[in-house]
Design a protein around this ligand. Structure first.
Ligand code: AMP
Length: 286
């Protein structure tokens, strides 16, 4: 496995492997089994081609009061995980290397980014779109893999790719969870013991309400949303940021279940740690 530390090193690696298909797995490091599942899927997808994992804590997607400084960084362990799962190369640029000077150009997606994480974290998706576009231009992948764990991010990246004609196929991968259902996240390590014990309520509630929607037990998306809010609020350590029942494709909030594939989205604080999760409702609501 090759370690590439600069954009020049990345571009010359790409130039030497121009006849091979290439899958890109962008991450911010502190890798866990969720990230590993993306690398595994990429390895399967490219066959004898290359899998390029990127590790970069992108300052442009953090707000001024967010956890950029304290975000976990552990490159050595990350490289071992990448190698074990079959990455051909890792691009891990230094903190100041990706953006030169004051870097005044950014990419703004103006529809799917408006609500939920986009509203709670102003500028977040501009940062995501900008760094993903840069990675696409530098690495020129055929395929790029992203987790459904960040469902809104996946939708925004699909739109970015479509609207800017990037010749990249975007592949979404299912959320990998702990045994108790908590979605794996680099931020889980910051939960206190009590917060960690409380956190599975997020997934449990979304899953139970999704099952009840499927069984026809909720007359409307509004009733389902209220049930989610009530159940999560019963946990005293949980503080809801947002909860919504949306269309899986447009991400628009739903007024009715008719002809829609609903997706339940939520962000919840446990102490200072903000966790997000989402669950789909199977097709064919009864
Ligand atoms: P991050 O390092 O948090 O920016 O995540 C990098 C990629 O891994 C994104 O595409 C995430 O959606 C994906 N990812 C993070 N956690 C999980 C998980 N638990 N299951 C599947 N994919 C994940």
């Amino acid at each position: 496995m090759e370690l590439l530390r600069t954009k020049d090193e990345l571009q010359s690696w790409v130039a030497h492997r121009s006849n091979r298909s290439r899958a890109l797995v962008p991450t911010m490091g502190a890798l866990h089994q969720g990230h590993a599942s993306l690398i595994d899927a990429a390895v399967k997808l490219v066959g004898s081609g290359d899998v390029l994992t990127t590790i970069f804590v992108n300052p442009k997607q953090f707000g001024p009061n967010e956890d950029l400084a304290s975000y976990p960084r552990r490159l050595e362990a990350d490289l071992r995980l990448c190698e074990k799962h079959g990455s051909t190369a890792v691009f891990a640029p230094g903190a100041d290397h990706m953006y030169e000077g004051n870097s005044t150009v950014s990419i703004h997606e103006s529809d799917l980014s408006r609500r939920w994480c986009g509203a709670s974290r102003p500028g977040h998706f501009d940062g995501v779109c900008t760094v993903v576009a840069k990675l696409f231009l530098l690495a020129r992948p055929n395929t790029a893999l992203f987790g459904e764990k960040d469902f809104q991010q996946l939708a925004v990246i699909q739109r970015l790719t479509r609207d800017l004609d990037f010749p990249v196929e975007i592949v979404g991968c299912p959320t990998v969870r702990e045994a108790d259902g908590l979605a794996m996240s680099s931020r889980n390590t910051y939960l206190s013991e009590e917060e960690r014990a409380a956190a599975p309520i997020l997934h449990q509630t979304l899953r139970n309400v999704a099952n009840d929607i499927y069984r026809g037990n909720f007359p409307s998306p509004k009733a389902a949303r209220e049930a989610i809010i009530e159940r999560i609020s019963s946990e005293t350590l949980a503080r809801i940021d947002y909860v919504d029942v949306v269309d899986s494709d447009s991400l628009e909030p739903l007024d009715s279940f008719d002809n829609h594939l609903p997706r339940l989205l939520a962000a919840v604080f446990f102490g200072n740690i903000r966790l997000i999760d989402n669950v789909g409702v199977p097709a064919g609501i009864r």
